[in-house]
Design a protein around this ligand. Structure first.
Ligand code: 1GP
Length: 259
């Protein structure tokens, strides 16, 4: 099965140009809880966003399938849909790609390689693009679901050297994308200094998320070196946030004069 490299190539291209990207994270469990969230997502089709990420800590396969189906109905301009899986059960061919996450900041073997082995045969047969991603959990000022479910200790906020060493180890193991996450609903987003240090040491495209609930926090992450900002809770609580962040990003990218 040819799984292609389209999204990875475009992340690399955008990163090389300095173009910034935005992903909206949709947790299928939340879509279920209130239908208005879906209506809101529908409105985002006018922007358009760069990616929809879909996943969460507690998602079951049925809910994932319903969410992806609904998303397909509202996803007018064809924004790529990327799975952001909490486990091997969160695999579906209805998406375009999957973040093949190895939780390299933790020491839980299931999330370093275990779940990956379980998912690999289905992924091999699927048409999903596989995005090999070094996933690093950073202390966001409170315990988060991902910390509890993964049973791992996040990297302390003031330990850039640990984040750099972890990212370098991931790079040497062949991972080609990185994600710094303070966890969904974090009180504090990933510190700028850590974003800068990790981006500089790997030179690879960097995704940053967790607790980005204002324009200034998104700006901070991009200015520090994030290539892609991921927003979940913030958009759910403040429907205007995605519009504000998107308009800032569009102006910034236009100022780069990239052809
Ligand atoms: C969580 O990075 C994502 O894994 C998004 O976090 O929901 O806090 O935006 P928020």
């Amino acid at each position: 099965m040819n799984q292609g490299n389209e999204l990875k190539d475009s992340l690399y291209q955008r990163s090389k140009e300095g173009t910034k990207s935005l992903a909206l994270l949709i947790d299928p469990e939340k879509m279920d809880r209130h239908d208005s969230w879906l209506k809101q997502v529908e409105k985002y089709a006018i922007f358009p966003l760069d990616y929809f990420f879909v996943g969460g800590s507690l998602v079951n396969p049925e809910k994932l399938a319903i969410c992806l189906k609904k998303l397909k109905q509202v996803n007018g301009p064809g924004v790529p849909v990327v799975l952001f899986p909490g486990s091997a059960m969160q695999v579906s061919e209805e998406a375009d790609a999957i973040l093949f996450l190895s939780l390299i900041s933790g020491r839980n073997p299931e999330l370093l390689i275990g779940q990956h082995v379980l998912a690999a045969p289905a992924l091999f047969r699927s048409g999903l693009e596989i995005l090999p991603t070094g996933y690093m959990l950073v202390d966001g000022g409170r315990s988060t679901s991902v910390e509890y479910i993964s049973q791992t200790i996040p990297i302390p906020r003031d330990k850039e050297d640990l984040a750099v060493a972890t990212a370098l180890a991931g790079k040497f193991l062949g991972l080609s994308l990185f994600y710094l996450d303070a966890g969904s609903g974090a009180h504090l987003p990933v510190p700028r200094e850590m974003i800068r240090a990790v981006r500089n040491c790997t030179g690879y495209p960097l995704m940053v998320g967790g607790g980005i609930n204002s324009l200034s926090k998104a700006q901070n992450a991009w200015e520090a070196g994030a290539d892609l900002v991921v927003i979940g809770n913030g958009a759910e609580k403040n429907p205007e946030l995605i519009a504000e962040v998107f308009h800032f990003m569009r102006c910034y990218n236009a100022s780069l004069n990239v052809n």
